[in-house]
Design a protein around this ligand. Structure first.
Ligand code: ADP
Length: 229
């Protein structure tokens, strides 16, 4: 599903946000990327999600080499294969839950009635079938994040990328959101969750540790090494 090979990402001023990252994530995995603030997690998520191109190195997503794709092709890949969830929800204010989710499908090539039908289905799936006409300010934080998750998965993406999805939530709402992400994973979506919360990371089947733009641990490699011993 995802393969990064010797990926570097530098910013002006000599910041090396990613400094030689190599990692492979297979279809069907549920992975946590964990590290302190400033370690490069968000940059890695942007690169994984084709929102950003690496300065050097190879990124393969769902069989495509990102370096060889034009921006329009990258947008099409994103729209059809990848869903995003962010800490601050990023919902359109004053817009109903249904329209927030349906508008996320604008670039999917689907017509309006189908977009709204898929949106209603996704909202029902996240437990918000009774909140379709509520606007973000009429919803709790946990409910807003559920709307954002519904928007991310309404088009049936193969890959869901979540950047600190529980970071702005109280612990009960956060647990609900984590359960939802696990359910989506169980139903076949590959899920990558960025977190600086060690408890959340520990609860996931695979954890990748990042620090100073480098991968410093990978529980999948540890268990492989353990198996070979
Ligand atoms: P994290 O998500 O782990 O907090 P980031 O990926 O956001 O880390 O940032 C990694 C490093 O790259 C930090 O030093 C940050 O200041 C820097 N950085 C991130 N985005 C930019 C940018 N657009 N321009 C310059 N520096 C950036």
């Amino acid at each position: 599903m995802i393969e990064l090979t010797d990926v570097h990402k530098s910013y002006a001023g000599g910041v090396r946000a990613l400094d030689g990252v190599g990692v492979r994530i297979d279809a069907g995995e549920l992975v946590g990327i964990v590290g302190p603030s400033g370690s490069g997690k968000s940059t890695m998520l942007h690169v994984l999600g084709t929102l950003d191109r690496p300065t050097s190195g190879q990124v393969r997503i769902a069989g495509h080499d990102v370096n060889t794709l034009e921006d329009a092709q990258l947008s099409a890949l994103r729209a059809s294969r990848i869903g995003f969830v962010f800490q601050q929800f990023h919902l359109a204010p004053g817009t109903t839950a249904l329209d927030n989710v349906a508008d996320g499908l604008l670039y999917s090539g689907r017509r309006c009635p189908e977009r709204r039908e898929l949106a209603a289905r996704a909202l029902t799936r996240v437990g918000l079938g009774h909140r379709l006409t509520h606007r973000p300010h009429e919803l709790s934080g946990g409910e807003r994040q559920r709307v954002a998750i519904a928007r991310a998965v309404a088009g049936g993406p193969a890959l869901l990328l979540a950047d600190e999805p529980t970071g702005a939530l109280d612990s009960a709402s956060g647990s609900g959101v984590m359960k939802l992400l696990r359910d989506l994973h169980r139903d076949g979506t590959t899920v990558v969750i960025i977190t600086h919360d060690n408890d959340i990371a520990r609860s996931l089947p695979r954890q990748i540790g990042i620090r100073d733009g480098r991968i410093v641990s990978d529980s999948a490699l540890v268990s492989l090494a353990g198996g070979l011993r």
